[in-house]
Design a protein around this ligand. Structure first.
Ligand SMILES: [Zn+2]
Length: 306
């Protein structure tokens, strides 16, 4: 019975949104077909008596309430990832907006409406509230999109990238290996990022990153098992995900880019800096076009999935 009632409520909300849209469109097309003079005769009181508007108002107040809830959960939702307690989802705003195809602030009714339609699409209660269940579902979608083939790279699949492409220009050749196609895709993506004047990346006349530019440089690429073991020994308290035993870096198709802050520090305060940079936000919006997909928890880590 409870589920039945919830179902009816959802149908009501969906209907209200639909009628709201229809009524809005009807009104705008009416406006377009009439002369400006005729428009002035339309009395605003008509809007109040239209029952479809009452429904649309109801829907918008539901989403406004969801927006208030989201504004709180954005910073306070307690959830778990990688065996660690997490607080809020503000670090994932850019990824969430990308998944929902919206630009709205999390506290807005527009965000709640976009979320509700995503929730409906994936079969969740379309409340418009980004609660733990919806967040976990979104994360599992992101995780599903990551590199599937995690085979250890063969040496003939790897190329040694120039030191100038690396965040640390002293990085030894052995640690500058990248899977061939991944490196070519990185170069294509980099050219697009340099061409995007809004990022203001310092570059050379040849189209590479200038030695003074840190953003977009590669922090880490292919890692051998031996090197990964060494890293793990150096930082035994590093997150299990960061220095995984079966790392995607073994494939040569995972690249860590410099996106701001401390290059690869998972502390919330550091990631909060990284996810606000223009370069990170550009990656969230554009990397997919070049075949790169994110690991949501590490703003710097991108995987070439083609
Ligand atoms: Zn990485």
């Amino acid at each position: 019975m409870k589920y039945f009632r919830v179902h009816i409520a959802l149908v009501f909300v969906a209907l209200a949104v639909l009628l709201g849209v229809v009524s809005f469109e009807t009104r705008s097309s009416r406006g377009q077909s009439q002369s400006p003079k005729a428009d002035s005769h339309v009395k605003p009181t008509i809007l109040k008596t239209d029952p479809r508007d009452a429904l649309a108002e109801k829907a918008s107040s539901i989403f406004a309430a969801a927006g208030e809830r989201n504004a709180a959960l954005q910073n306070e939702l307690v959830w778990t990832f990688g065996g660690k307690q997490q607080r809020g989802w503000y670090l994932y705003d850019a990824l969430i907006n990308q998944s929902l195809n919206t630009q709205n602030e999390a506290s807005s009714g527009g965000f709640a409406a976009a979320l509700a339609s995503w929730q409906k699409k994936v079969g969740l209660n379309s409340s418009g509230v980004l609660d733990e269940e919806s967040l976990n579902r979104m994360i599992s979608e992101w995780q599903k999109n990551r590199l599937k083939d995690r085979n250890y790279a063969q040496s003939d699949q790897l190329v040694t990238a120039p030191a100038a492409d690396f965040y640390d220009p002293e990085r030894v050749a052995e640690l500058r290996q990248v899977e061939r196609e991944t490196f070519a895709a990185y170069k294509r993506m980099l050219a697009a990022a340099i061409a995007d004047r809004s990022l203001n990346l310092a570059h050379t006349p040849e189209g590479g990153l200038a030695p003074t530019e840190k953003y977009f440089k590669i922090v880490s690429a292919f890692r051998s098992r031996e090197y990964q073991d060494q890293l793990r020994r150096q930082s035994p308290n590093a997150g299990s995900a960061g220095l995984a035993v079966n790392s995607p870096h073994f494939t040569g198709r995972a690249l860590d880019f410099y996106v701001g802050g401390d290059p690869v520090d998972t502390k919330d305060s550091n990631r909060a800096i990284q996810v606000k940079t223009a370069v990170y936000q550009w990656l969230v919006r554009n990397a997919e076009r070049f075949g790169f997909r994110p690991y949501f928890y590490e703003p710097w880590h991108w995987e070439y999935v083609k």
